[in-house]
Design a protein around this ligand. Structure first.
Ligand code: NI
Length: 262
């Protein structure tokens, strides 16, 4: 199984990151993909992925919640990121990028601009996109649609939308829906949306660790070794066995992230 979205670079893991990685391996996790969020996280993401070559894989990107001109020099970081993409680099995707109007929509126009630039990079440098979307579905679909082409791939990370949103997302043929702990939550509507309109061939696994731990760990710090709880729930949703979910989601992840299947 592949955890396509895990922030184990976060400080929540500073005291026991190695144990977390070992528990993941023991639970059967083959690879973990680490999104970047801002200029401060990038050196940490690169360091831990370099130290765990062939198991942890880094992404590069600016998260919409971090795209705040009061906290950082956005232009300088965008220039730096593009300079990295123009030469030999270790990054397997552009992420985590997107739009988030939930916490703060003050800079929504700036978020759109930053997102659009990073979508263009995905096309230009032939890298998949790891997309974060919250309360911004329509703007996000419009921007992505403007640049969509056959070789653009990616994941709608932490998908929790309704039927209509799922159908709109699925129209982007080379994109998968990232499914994690939320699908196990008691009141989640996601299982029904998945069962009704999302084929197993279009989902990948993720934890979003340290957030959104699945039942029975809900409320605790999430980590990649909790993925079997998500798999078991998906086996219920798709009326198949856990091994089928595992094989399918791994294949789907390898289709999107072509540079991790060595
Ligand atoms: Ni994330």
């Amino acid at each position: 199984m592949i955890d396509t979205h895990s922030h184990i670079d976060a400080e929540e893991f500073d005291n026991d990151r190695e144990d977390v990685i070992n528990r993941a391996k023991n639970a059967g996790v083959e690879k973990i993909l680490i999104p970047n969020v801002n200029p401060n996280s990038l050196p940490v993401v690169e360091k831990i992925c370099g130290d765990n070559h062939g198991f942890l894989y880094p992404m590069i990107g600016l998260h919409p919640e971090d795209a705040n001109p009061k906290d950082m020099d956005i232009d300088a970081f965008m220039d730096y990121m593009e300079s990295r993409l123009q030469t030999t680099h270790p990054f397997v995707a552009i992420g985590e990028v997107g739009l988030d109007y939930y916490w703060d929509a003050t800079y929504r126009h700036l978020q759109m601009e930053v997102f659009e630039t990073q979508v263009k990079w995905a096309v230009k440098y032939n890298l998949p996109l790891m997309i974060h979307s919250r309360e911004a579905h329509d703007d996000l679909i419009r921007i992505l649609g403007n640049h969509y082409c056959d070789n653009l791939k990616g994941v709608f990370h932490c998908f929790t939308g309704d039927h209509r949103q799922a159908q709109e997302v699925l129209e982007f043929n080379n994109f998968m829906l990232g499914i994690g702990g939320v699908v196990t939550f008691k009141k989640a509507t996601l299982p029904q949306v998945l069962a009704d309109c999302v084929p197993l061939s279009r989902i990948v696994l993720e934890t979003d660790a340290p957030y959104l731990a699945p039942v029975p760990y809900r409320g605790k710090r999430n980590e990649p070794s909790f993925l079997p709880s998500v798999i078991n729930k998906l086996a219920e949703v798709y009326r198949c066995n856990a091994a089928t979910v595992e094989t399918s989601t791994t294949r789907n992840a390898n289709l999107v992230f072509t540079n991790i299947s060595n």
